[in-house]
Design a protein around this ligand. Structure first.
Ligand code: GYE
Length: 307
């Protein structure tokens, strides 16, 4: 099909937008905080949202985006489950002359290009998040640890980049040994189950790096059930900043939580605004993140920074 619009398609409407939002899943505090932030920001601005929840399925997310396209919104926000899974739908939106903004997770740049197939990616620096957990662990263990890494959903941009950031950072410290890596699907129950099995093969583990708080909370349960004291026998570090994890940092059960801020609504709609006014957003709008340790966890909780 020949499209008559530019790449990425232009947005000329500046108010009362009809915004599609394709969420990959809405099953845990991080994702619920993101969805709420986007919906609240839209209603504050008088925009309406067509919302879909793909329930952790690439094929459902593709058909969700297709049904959003059929309803002819002014723009589409997509939080893609994996880097490759939604590429075809992103291209279909472009062909239908609807500008796409990726939020929270990016897509595979070998297949789609920001500034062309979609306007921009709005989200955190996942490589840096992984590096920050590694730096904390290197310092806290004086460079010696047997580490279990619980990875996020295979093929998702945060799992890929949080793995790379951490692994590359510990690679220059020979005493920092990653003894096992497993996909825990960013999910507490899966993190718990994987950790239980891994503990049998690696009872001498001294550190757990989980790509998100939910999996860390599952791992902490497994460690306790195995008679280990997290924070004493085993150092735990993760990414997100949900209240339950911040409480564990405050009590010393977790050593570090690097924030990944889910409140993307304001920055996403500001970016849409700028685009509607004719500006060209940077290919990546980087969300800035905090880092929580025992020194500031209580303060972060009382300031409402958790979720
Ligand atoms: O860390 C995790 C969620 O895509 C950045 O996905 C997000 C991640 C977040 O399920 O908790």
């Amino acid at each position: 099909a020949s499209s008559t619009c530019s790449s990425p398609p232009k947005l000329t409407k500046t108010s009362h937008l009809k915004v599609g939002f394709s969420q990959e899943v809405n099953n845990a505090p991080w994702r619920i905080a993101e969805t709420t932030s986007i919906q609240e920001e839209a209603s504050k601005r008088g925009d309406t949202v067509i919302y879909t929840d793909a329930n952790n399925s690439d094929s459902k997310q593709v058909s969700d985006i297709q049904s959003i396209i059929a309803q002819r919104p002014d723009v589409i926000l997509i939080a893609p489950l994996t880097e490759d899974g939604e590429v075809s739908a992103i291209k279909q939106a472009r062909a239908a002359c609807i500008p796409v903004f990726l939020v929270d997770r990016d897509a595979n740049h070998a297949q789609v290009t920001p500034g062309k197939d979609y306007v921009t990616f709005i989200g955190s620096d996942f490589v840096k998040e992984g590096q920050r957990v590694a730096d904390y662990m290197i310092q806290a263990t004086k460079g010696t640890a047997k580490i279990i890494e619980l990875q996020g959903t295979t093929g998702s941009s945060p799992a890929i980049a949080r793995g790379k950031g951490f692994d590359d950072e510990v690679a220059s410290h020979p005493g920092m040994q990653i003894v096992a890596k497993q996909d825990g699907n960013f999910d507490r129950a899966t993190g718990l189950a994987k950790m239980q099995t891994l503990l049998q093969a690696h009872p001498d583990v001294t550190a757990v790096y989980a790509h998100n708080d939910e999996m860390a909370l599952g791992a902490i349960q497994a460690l306790k059930a195995a008679g280990k004291i997290p924070g004493k026998d085993v150092l735990v570090g993760s990414i997100d900043g949900e209240n339950e994890a911040l409480q564990d940092v405050q009590s010393g059960t977790e050593g570090v939580v690097v924030q990944c801020n889910p409140r993307l609504g304001p920055i996403a709609f500001d970016t849409i605004d700028a685009y509607a006014k004719g500006q060209t957003p940077a290919p990546w709008i980087v969300q800035q993140d905090n880092e929580y340790t025992k020194a500031n966890a209580a303060q972060a909780i009382s300031q409402g920074l958790g979720f």
